[in-house]
Design a protein around this ligand. Structure first.
Ligand SMILES: [Zn+2]
Length: 89
C-alpha cells in the first residue's frame, strides 16, 4: 500500500521512506513515474496498482526530519486512501 498526501497546491505526493515524490508522468499501461520533490535530486520511483515496481531512489540530500509527520498532521488521516480512490474523487 502506497502512502500519499496532497500538497497545499492540490498536487498528489507519494511518500517513500520519508521522502516525498511528485507525479511526473503516467504510462499507458498504468505505470506512474514519480520524481523526488527536490528538483535537484534525481531519485525516481515507478508505481503500478498501488505498489512500487521500480525504485531508483538515490537521493542527493538528507531527509527533512519530521516532514512526513507534519504533512500527515496537516492533511489529516481522512485524506489517506489508496491511489485509485484519489484519482476517482
Ligand atoms: Zn530526493
Amino acid at each position: 500500500m502506497l502512502e500519499f498526501v496532497t500538497s497545499h497546491t492540490g498536487n498528489l505526493k507519494l511518500i517513500v521512506q520519508g521522502y516525498f515524490f511528485t507525479k511526473h508522468s503516467e504510462n499507458n499501461d498504468g505505470k506512474i513515474l514519480w520524481s523526488c520533490e527536490k528538483r535537484t535530486c534525481t531519485a525516481r520511483v515507478h508505481s503500478k496498482d498501488d505498489e512500487i515496481v521500480h525504485e531508483a531512489a538515490t537521493h542527493n540530500h538528507m531527509l527533512t526530519p519530521g516532514q512526513v509527520e507534519v504533512e500527515r498532521a496537516r492533511v489529516g488521516l481522512k485524506h489517506y486512501c489508496c491511489l485509485n480512490s484519489l484519482f476517482i474523487s
